[in-house]
Design a protein around this ligand. Structure first.
Ligand SMILES: [Zn+2]
Ligand SMILES: [Zn+2]
Ligand SMILES: [Zn+2]
Length: 181
């Protein structure tokens, strides 16, 4: 395998080295596994929280997990109406989305007005979201230092109860590889 050169000057020796640093799964990974894991986790969490993981809520979560790109409420509605004869009302989808957010199973990406599945919903967290400007996929990272310094900065400004969701745009590893070969 030829060495891959990072445009910023870091030399990365192989694709294997790179994939270990990517927060996004490889493009040809077994995505079915991601969906299965997300549904299994959601089932467990709903049982713990003593809430009902209804067929509808489950379907909405599956549709959000259709890929690693955030999905808008109307796209979900559209997909649901296309697969069934029943007409799903927008309010029904919004209610299911609220439920999924309350249980930390999905996050709302404000800049895209869309939702992304969370792969560690066991604990409530803010998280930082890296949004690829090329392919649109979103990687969730949790840098303690960022959350901490935001909370400290907010405290100095007299704020508490800070909800520090951070959205960062950039270009993911796979899209960089395409651009620089
Ligand atoms: Zn996947
Ligand atoms: Zn998350
Ligand atoms: Zn990308």
């Amino acid at each position: 395998m030829p060495p891959v050169y990072d445009p910023l000057g870091f030399r990365i020796n192989s694709v294997e080295d790179m994939s270990s640093t990517s927060a996004l799964p490889e493009p040809n990974h077994d995505h079915r596994q991601c969906v299965d894991d997300a549904i299994a986790m959601a089932t467990k969490i709903c049982r713990q929280n003593k809430t009902r993981f209804t067929k509808l809520r489950r379907r909405v979560l599956e549709l959000i997990w259709v890929s690693h790109e955030p999905v808008g409420a109307y796209k979900i509605l559209d997909m649901m109406n296309r697969e069934g004869e029943t007409n799903v009302a927008p309010m029904t989808v919004y209610r299911a989305l609220d439920f999924l957010m309350e249980n930390h199973l999905v996050h709302r990406i404000t800049s895209r007005n869309a939702y992304i599945g969370c792969n560690h919903p066991e604990v409530a967290h803010n998280g930082q979201f890296l949004i690829c400007q090329v392919c649109g996929r979103v990687a969730e990272i949790e840098e303690e230092a960022i959350s901490r310094s935001l909370a400290e900065g907010a405290a100095r400004a007299g704020f508490d109860n800070v909800n520090s969701v951070v959205e960062i745009e950039g270009r993911c590893q796979d899209c960089r590889q395409v651009a620089y070969g």
